[in-house]
Design a protein around this ligand. Structure first.
Ligand SMILES: Nc1ncnc2c1ncn2[C@@H]1O[C@H](COP(=O)(O)OP(=O)(O)OP(=O)(O)O)[C@@H](O)[C@H]1O
Ligand SMILES: [Zn+2]
Length: 649
C-alpha cells in the first residue's frame, strides 16, 4: 500500500479534456492522492455543460474549463499542484518533449481526431496512455502501453452510419431519413457552400420537364422578396418534387405513395406577414435569432402541427435571409444554432407528413440531427474511477493486471463492468508498427491532391504531412514555407502522379511523414488501370491498413468522435437507439472476430463494483467491440442504384 501511495504521490500526470469525464477524473485524481496534475482543454464553459460537469457553476460560463476545474479542485485540495492549459492538445507546444515529462497520460476527449493525435504522441514519447469514452449508459476505459498493448489505432474504428441516397432523396421511411434530408440536403443547399455536390440538384434537374424548371430553383430571383422565395422553395420541395416523383409508378408499387404538400393546402389564405423581429437589421449574424417566439411556440417538447411547421419553415427561412444574410453560403448545420434547428425540424416534419411518418418535437429532432445521446453523469464518474485504477497500475508497472473495461447498460449476473485483458499490439498497425502500406492507384489518372486528401489525411489521419519520393520532397505543409516551395507544392497537387517532377509510377515507394505526430509510413505504389466504382469508391485501394467494419452489426460503446451536449457518439436516432437497446436486450456483444453472448465471456462473478474490473477475463482473447460515435457531419449516404458510396459534407 505504501508503495502505491508513493507511486501516486510522486507521479506527474497529464489529463487531456476537462469535460464530462475530465471533471470527474480531476476530482478523483485529487481525492486519490495525486499531487501533480496538468490539464489541457481548449474550451470555455457552456451552460449545457453544467448538468454534468460538476466543477463548474453558472457564473463560470465563458471561462476556461481547464482553469476553472483547477480552482474548483484546489478548494478542497489546496496543497496539490494543478497546471492548466487553455489550449488545443494539437498545438505545437505540446510536442514530444512536453509529453515525455509525464508518467501517464489520461484522455477525457470527445473526438477521434484529438484521440489519434494523443495516441501518436504518446507512442513517440513512450508514455503510457489511458483512453476513455462514454455514451449514455455505455462507457469504456482502455490502456495503451507502447510495445506491450494495442495502441488506440491498432483496431480500426467503425465507419459512420450509412443511408442509401435513394432512401433520403425519394423514399424515406423513418424520421431520421427526413432529418438527414432536411439537414444535409435542403439546409446545405439553401445556406451552405454552393459548390458542394448536393443531391437536391439532381432531383430538381431530374424533375425538370418544362423549361420553367431548368433554372436553379434554389437561386433567389431578381426582386424576389424573402417571403415569396420561401413559399416558392416550399412548393418546390414539398409539392412539385413529390408530384414529379409520384409520376414514377414503379417506385410506389410496393410502397405508400407520398402526398404532395403545397402552401395553399396548408394555408388557404395567403400566409400572413410574420414580422418576428425583422425590422432590426442591425443584428445580422446573430445566432440567437429564433422563429419560435414570434409564432407563439415556446415548448420545444411539443410536436407542432403541419400548419405550425409550415409557419416555422417560412419564418426561419426568412430570418436567415434577412438577419443572417452574410453567413449564407458558409453555413453548416450546428445543433447549437437555434434557427438552424428550427428550420431543420420544420422541414423534416413537413417531409415526414408528406410520407406518412410521425412528426417529432424540436427537442427530439435536435437530438437526432445533432447525434445526441444524452450523457449520464454516473457513467462519467464510473469511467473516471476506472481510469484512475488503470493509471495506478501503470505507475506501479503492474502490467499483468492492466484491463480494458467496458461499462454495459444492463447488468448480467450482477455485472455492469466487463474487464478484458488488453491485446498485444497489432503487428500490421501502421501507427505503432513499422508495417509498410501498399496502395493500388491509377498513377496516370489520380492527382497528388487525391492521394493527399483520400489517403494521407482521411485514412492516415495526418494533419501536416510531408511526402517524399526518395530524397525529393513532393509535398509539404507548413506556415513557414518559402513562397517558391509553397507554389511548387500547390502546382504538384494538381498534377497526375506519373507527371510529377519526380514521377510516381508502379514500384515507387513514397514516404509520408507527420513531424508533429512523429509518424512516418512507407507506401508502396502499384499502378492499376480500373477500379470498381461500387466497391472502391475512392478509386484507389490501400492495404496493410485495415478498413473499419460496417456499422450494420450490433454495436456497443466506443470512444470515438462526438458532437453534442451529451457525451454522444452513437447517434441519437430512433434507429440507432434501437441498435443500442438491441445490444442490451439480447445481452449480446459484438466480439472481435465472432459474436457471442455476453454471458459466455463473463466469468467474473462479482459485485457491481469498480474493483470487479481488476479480476479480468483470464484466457479470453476477446473484447467487446468498440463503437465509434458519429459526428453529426458524418452521415454517409449510399446510392442504392447503383450502389455508390458518398460522404456528405
Ligand atoms: N483537441 C483538443 N484539445 C483540447 N481539448 C479538447 C480537444 N478536443 C476536445 N477537447 C475537450 O474535450 C472535452 C470533452 O468533453 P465532453 O465530451 O464532456 O464534451 P463537452 O464539449 O464538454 O460537451 P458537449 O460537446 O457535449 O457539449 C471538452 O471539454 C473539449 O474542450
Ligand atoms: Zn497500433
Amino acid at each position: 500500500m505504501d508503495s502505491q501511495k508513493q507511486a501516486i504521490k510522486g507521479a506527474k500526470v497529464l489529463m487531456v479534456g476537462a469535460g464530462g469525464i475530465g471533471c470527474e477524473l480531476l476530482k478523483t485524481l485529487a481525492l486519490s492522492g495525486f499531487e501533480d496534475i496538468h490539464i489541457i482543454d481548449m474550451d470555455t464553459i457552456e451552460v449545457s455543460n453544467l448538468n454534468r460537469q460538476f466543477l463548474f457553476r453558472q457564473w463560470h460560463v465563458g471561462q476556461s474549463k481547464a482553469k476553472v476545474a483547477r480552482e474548483a479542485v484546489l478548494k478542497f485540495r489546496p496543497h496539490i499542484n494543478i497546471t492548466p492549459y487553455h489550449a488545443n492538445v494539437k498545438d505545437p507546444e505540446f510536442n514530444i518533449d512536453f509529453f515525455k515529462q509525464f508518467n501517464v497520460v489520461l484522455n477525457g476527449l470527445d473526438n477521434l481526431d484529438a484521440r489519434r493525435h494523443v495516441n501518436r504522441i504518446c507512442l513517440a514519447a513512450n508514455v503510457p496512455l489511458v483512453e476513455s469514452g462514454t455514451t449514455g449508459f455505455l462507457g469504456q476505459v482502455t490502456v495503451h502501453v507502447k510495445s506491450k498493448t494495442e495502441c488506440y489505432e491498432c483496431q480500426p474504428k467503425p465507419t459512420p452510419k450509412t443511408y442509401p441516397v435513394c432512401t433520403i432523396t425519394s423514399t424515406p421511411s423513418k424520421f431520421v431519413h427526413c432529418i438527414v434530408w432536411a439537414k444535409d440536403l435542403l439546409f446545405a443547399k439553401l445556406f451552405g457552400d454552393k459548390n458542394q455536390e448536393n443531391d437536391l440538384n439532381v432531383r430538381s434537374g431530374d424533375a425538370a420537364s418544362s423549361s420553367e424548371h431548368t433554372e436553379d430553383v434554389f437561386e433567389r430571383r431578381l426582386n424576389e422578396d424573402p417571403e415569396q422565395y420561401g413559399q416558392r422553395i416550399y412548393d418546390h420541395v414539398f409539392g412539385y418534387n413529390i408530384d414529379a416523383a409520384l409520376a414514377n409508378e414503379e417506385t410506389w408499387r410496393n410502397r405508400n405513395r407520398p402526398k404532395p404538400i403545397y402552401i395553399k393546402d396548408v394555408m388557404p389564405d395567403k400566409p400572413q406577414q410574420q414580422n418576428g423581429n425583422l425590422d432590426d437589421n442591425s443584428v445580422n449574424g446573430n445566432s440567437t435569432v429564433s422563429a419560435m417566439p414570434s409564432l407563439g411556440l415556446k415548448n420545444p417538447q411539443n410536436i407542432w402541427s403541419l400548419l405550425e411547421n409550415t409557419r416555422i419553415f417560412l419564418e426561419s427561412l426568412k430570418l436567415f435571409l434577412v438577419k443572417r444574410e452574410k453567413e449564407i453560403g458558409n453555413l453548416t448545420f450546428d445543433k447549437d444554432d437555434q434557427l438552424a434547428v428550427e428550420f431543420v425540424t420544420a422541414a423534416a416534419n413537413i417531409r415526414a407528413a408528406s410520407f406518412g411518418i410521425p412528426m417529432q418535437s424540436l427537442f427530439e429532432a435536435k437530438g437526432i440531427a445533432g447525434n445526441i445521446v444524452h450523457a449520464v453523469a454516473t457513467t462519467n464518474a464510473i469511467t473516471a474511477g476506472l481510469i484512475v485504477i488503470e493509471a495506478i497500475k501503470i505507475l506501479q508497472s503492474d502490467a499483468t493486471n492492466y484491463r480494458m473495461t467496458y461499462i454495459v447498460e444492463h447488468p448480467l449476473r450482477k455485472m455492469l463492468l466487463m474487464p478484458v485483458e488488453p491485446f498485444e499490439p497489432n503487428k500490421s498497425c501502421y501507427v505503432c508498427s513499422e508495417t509498410p502500406l501498399s496502395l493500388e492507384i491509377n498513377t496516370n489518372r489520380s492527382k497528388l491532391r487525391d492521394f493527399v486528401e483520400k489517403i494521407v489525411k482521411n485514412k492516415l489521419g495526418m494533419h501536416s504531412p510531408s511526402i517524399m519520393h526518395g530524397t525529393s520532397l513532393i509535398y509539404e505543409v507548413g506556415d513557414d514555407l518559402e513562397e517558391d516551395f509553397a507554389n511548387n507544392y500547390a502546382l504538384n497537387l494538381e498534377k497526375f502522379l506519373s507527371e510529377l517532377p519526380s514521377p510516381v509510377t508502379s514500384g515507387t515507394v513514397l514516404t509520408v511523414e507527420d513531424f508533429q505526430q512523429e509518424l512516418s509510413c512507407s507506401i508502396y505504389i502499384k499502378h492499376r488501370e480500373e477500379f470498381d466504382e461500387e466497391k472502391e469508391p475512392d478509386g484507389m485501394l490501400l492495404t496493410g491498413w485495415t478498413p473499419a467494419p460496417s456499422n450494420d452489426d450490433t454495436r456497443p460503446i466506443s470512444n470515438g468522435e462526438s458532437s453534442s451536449n451529451a457525451s454522444k457518439q452513437l447517434p441519437g436516432t430512433q434507429e440507432d437507439s434501437d441498435e443500442i437497446s438491441a445490444v442490451a436486450a439480447d445481452k449480446e456483444i459484438a466480439l472481435t472476430g465472432s459474436k457471442r453472448k455476453q454471458s459466455e465471456i463473463s466469468d467474473v462473478d462479482g459485485e457491481v463494483a469498480i474493483s470487479a474490473c481488476t479480476s479480468g477475463i483470464k484466457g479470453s482473447n476477446q473484447k467487446p467491440e468498440e463503437v465509434d460515435d458519429n459526428g453529426d457531419d458524418d452521415v454517409v449516404m449510399l446510392d442504392e442504384n447503383p450502389c455508390k458510396k458518398k460522404r456528405l459534407q
